[in-house]
Structure formats: structure tokens, C-alpha cells
Design a protein around this ligand. Structure first.
Ligand code: GLN
Length: 229
């Protein structure tokens, strides 16, 4: 993925999070402002969200550009959630172009998105990856190790592939976890909830850049930053 976001807080419609803001993920799919790698994110999109009474998230993904999906545009204003992960994809060269290669990936109650790239050869073998795309193999490894080990897993993979970019974003309905490792991430903390996004979706002055090589945890109590040396 090349641009992703997550929200934890009061329920918001998917359109309020993904398509309506002035620099929404939809706009970022064709005109990102801070993207360092790639120029458009036209190789698919995905959104995963939690709903009351259900532990596992619902997911909607596609291999098409987000701007070419009128069905999503019509449904997004009437679906609300208090915990969402969404992403638009710019496929890394050589990676498959298919719906199952689009984030967010899932395992049980977790959703996970990857903005970056990693040499698949350095990843330990994993079962149950959703696709052969590097991000799906990395997601399967993170799920296998457990999300409480996210920082350790990113450090291990980063050491095995010094060229890797490993910005990850995960959610389980009650908290968000993220890493910065080679690409941008911003955070918006408001009384209504907290957003994490590859780049701000509007000009709210409360958006703050997350330093590179950080582990971020968001709970209803707030945001915690830990350096990832
Ligand atoms: N490597 C991943 C893919 O090919 C993510 C790419 C990206 O972050 N732009 O889908």
C-alpha cells in the first residue's frame, strides 16, 4: 500500500474517513501530497472495519482504483464504525495485481496494512498468507508472532533487509498499532478519537508527524510513542 489510515474513536461513516475530506484517501489515490515512492495509488484499495457485537472485522477490498468504484461511493455514507483501517495500493514492481494483495489483511480479530516493500527472500516461511505479495507474507509473519511483538518483528525484518520500508498499521477494534520505518505517518488526536494516516487528510493544525522508526499505540486513553532503535 502506499497510503493508509486508521481511526479509533466515536463512530464515523466510511465516507467521512475515506472519501469526503479535502485530501482524503480517495484524493491520495490520484494526488498524494507526501508520497515518496510511486505517484498514484491505482492498484487496488481496501477498507476493514469493526461493528458492534462482532469480534471479527468486515472487509471490502478491490483490485481496481478507488476512484473507479461507484458502488463503494454509494455505500460508504451509510456504514459507520469506531475502528477502521483503509488503504490504497501502488503495487511494488513484480508483485501480483489482485484483490487479495490489497490491504488490509486480516487474521482473527486483527486488520493489518503495510506501506512499503520488503525482500520476500528474507522473510521466514509462513503459513496462510493471503497472497504472494510481500505485504501479505509480512502480515502473516506479524500475525504469527503476535501483535504484541510488532516492534520486535519489524526490527528483525529491518535487520534482515536494510532496504526494507516497513510502515505497518493494525487494529483489533479496541486499539491501533503502527510502525514508522522508512515512510511518512501523521497522527491526529481529537476529543472524538485518534486518526493515524500516511499523510494528513485535511489542514487541521492538530496533525502531528510521527518520527521515523517509531512504534505507535492508540487506545481510548490516548497515543503512546516508543522509539524503534
Ligand atoms: N509492497 C506492497 C505492494 O506491492 C506495498 C506497496 C506500497 O506500499 N506502495 O502492494
Amino acid at each position: 500500500m502506499c497510503r493508509h489510515l486508521a481511526w479509533l474513536g466515536r463512530p464515523r461513516t466510511l465516507s467521512a474517513l475515506v472519501t469526503e475530506p479535502p485530501s482524503s484517501l480517495l484524493v491520495q489515490s490520484y494526488a498524494p501530497r507526501r508520497q515518496r515512492y510511486g505517484t498514484v495509488n491505482a492498484d487496488g484499495w481496501g477498507v476493514g472495519f469493526f461493528t458492534p457485537g462482532r469480534v471479527q472485522p468486515a472487509r471490502w477490498r478491490s483490485a481496481r482504483p478507488l476512484w473507479g468504484d461507484p458502488s463503494f461511493a454509494s455505500v460508504a455514507p451509510v456504514v459507520s464504525s469506531g475502528c477502521v483501517v483503509a488503504a490504497v495500493r501502488s503495487a511494488t514492481v513484480g508483485m501480483p495485481l489482485e484483490e487479495s494483495a490489497a490491504a488490509p489483511f486480516t487474521d482473527g480479530r486483527w486488520l493489518l496494512s503495510h506501506n512499503g516493500r520488503v525482500d520476500r527472500a528474507v522473510l521466514p516461511p509462513v503459513r496462510d498468507a493471503e497472497s504472494t505479495v510481500d505485504s501479505a507474507l509480512l502480515a502473516a509473519l506479524v500475525f504469527d508472532r503476535g501483535l504484541d511483538a510488532l516492534g520486535a518483528t519489524v526490527r528483525e525484518v529491518g535487520a534482515a533487509d536494510p532496504g526494507a520500508r516497513l510502515n505497518l498499521l493494525a487494529a483489533d477494534g479496541t486499539r491501533l498499532l503502527a510502525t514508522t520505518w522508512g515512510d511518512t505517518l501523521s497522527a491526529l488526536v481529537t476529543p472524538d478519537g485518534t486518526a493515524l494516516a500516511s499523510e494528513p487528510w485535511d489542514d487541521d493544525p492538530r496533525w502531528a508527524d510521527v518520527p521515523d522508526h517509531s512504534l505507535v499505540e492508540v487506545t481510548p486513553d490516548g497515543l503512546t510513542l516508543t522509539p524503534l532503535p
